[in-house]
Ligand binder design. Sequence first.
Ligand code: GDP
Length: 322
Amino acid sequence: MSSVTTGARAFITGISGQDGSYLGERLVAEGVEVHALAHDLEPLPSAPGVELHRGDLTSVEDVRSLLLDLAPDEVYNLAALSSVARSWDEPDLTARVNGLAAAALLESALLVQEKQGKPVRFVQASSAEIFGQPERSPQDETTPVRPLNPYGAAKAYAHLMVDVYRHRDLHAVSAILYNHESPRRPEQFVTRKITATVAAIAAGRATHLSLGNLDARRDWGWAPDYVDAMVRAARADVARDYVVATGVGHSVREFVAAAFRHAGIDDWEPLVVIDPAFVRPTDPTELIGDATRARELLGWSPTVDFADVVGRMVDADLSAVG
Ligand code: GDP
C-alpha cells in the first residue's frame, strides 16, 4: 500500500455524517489538505481543519466546477440518504443523492484527471444493501447485485458506475460497507436507538424500548475501522472493490441483550416492546460480509469486536445521560 504523499488534497462528500466526520479527522491528522461539501440548506457542520464548500451534491454543475477548481488527489463519496427505512418514503430523492450524484462525481473526477494530467483516486461508499436478500452468507465481491429496496437500488447504480469509470482508467473503488456503528450513529439506526434508550432506561428517563424485527442478523463493525479500509483502498496500487465487514453476524436481539447487560440490567425482556411500525416491507434476514480480499490486499482487519462496539456505544450514551 502506498502512503499519503506530502501536499495531498482530499475532497469528501458527507462530512456531517458519522463516516465523514471520522474520515475528516483522520485525513487532517495525516496532514492532508481536506475539503468537503456542505449542503446549502444545512447548518455548517463542525469539522476542524476541514475547508467547507457550500453546494448541492445533486447539482452536476456545482460538483463539476468545484472539483475542477480543487483538483483533489483523493475523492471520497460518503454522502447519502443513509436510512433504508426512509428510502421507501423518498425513493426519487434517494436515487438522486445515492445514485446519480456518484455518476456526476465520477465524471468530474475523470475530467480533473484528463484536464490536469494528475491521477485522481475515487472511493465510493457502497453498501451491503446492494445484495438484497443474498442466497448465501457471508457475501463477497462476487455476490450478485440484486437490491430489494430504493436505498440498495440507488447504491447499486453508483456501485456499477464505479466499475464503468474504472474501465476508463480512473482509480475508482467501491468499498462495500457492512453496518458500522459508533456513538456518532444517529438514533434512526437500530444500534444507536438501542444504546440511547438503554441508557435512558438505566437513568430512569424511559420505560421501554420499542423495536421491529429482532431476528434480523447484521454484521456490525466499528465505523473508524471502515474509514481506515476506505483510505487503504484509495491508496492501494490497484483499484478493486472490497467488502468491508467483520465476518461475524449477530441478531438485533443479541445486540439488545448485550446493551442491557452492559448497562447492568439483566432482566431486560419485559422492557422490550415489538411495534409493527418499525417492521420493514422487505428486510434482509442476514447480511454478513467476507472481507478476505481487503485483508489480503489492503492488510486491513477490524480492530473492535461486537461486544466492544456495544460496550463503547452504551458507555457513551450512559455518560451523556449523566
Ligand atoms: P440497516 O441495516 O442499514 O437498515 O441499519 P438499521 O440499523 O436501520 O437496521 C438494522 C436492522 O435492524 C434491520 O434489519 C431492521 O429491520 C432492524 N430493526 C429492528 N427494529 C428496528 C428499529 O426500531 N429501528 C431500526 N432502524 N431498525 C430496526
